[in-house]
Design a protein around this ligand. Sequence first.
Ligand code: DC
Length: 213
Amino acid sequence: MIVTIDGPSGVGKSTVTKLLAARLGFEHLDTGAMYRAVALAGLRAGADLTDRAAVEAVLGGLEVLLPAGRVLLNGDDVTAAVRAPEVSQGASKVAAVPAVRRFLAAQQRATAAGRDMVCEGRDQGTFVFPCAEHKFYLVADPLVRAERRAAELSAKGHHTTAAAQMREQEERDRRDAERDTAPMHPARDALVIDTSLRALDAVVALLESVVRR
Ligand code: DC
């Protein structure tokens, strides 16, 4: 069974995905980490991430693996490196390149084939798994999201403020929602849940009850 959880950053997607997967006894797939790994490969190669041809060239010979919560880029452990703020913006840029989306969507479908998995991202319910059994789309107030992201990043040593995160998230949301290929939006059959005023545990309990019903 495939369960999809989509939505912008800072809505609690990663936490909810991991907790829900654990409660259901499912595996989980962080597709954002895959876009981040492609962006990091591009940055390391000195590519202009807004140049489609340059980004496509980075895809040749690229291997992105996600074993047990880690991110491996051509065998190199980049789990921490992909969380850097410049990689967040870079991921949103490479995500607008159709060849990158085709490359990663194929890998996501192959990874999930025949397994029970909770898949999180921006396009899991709309594009990658349109026939998923359960689809959720999380949203939250922009200030709450920015505060959550600032706290998360600061805890990882990337010092930032909610105001800086507001600017960063506005730019990323616009790029993610306005791209031509698989833009970020709820699937028609997704359950949209606002996490602004809900504890993430309560969100997980709600999703679990829907899946088990
Ligand atoms: O979820 P995240 O912040 O790790 O995602 C990083 C970027 O990757 C995000 O700005 C857009 C892109 N992305 C995407 O386009 N499609 C996905 N399924 C997941 C992420």
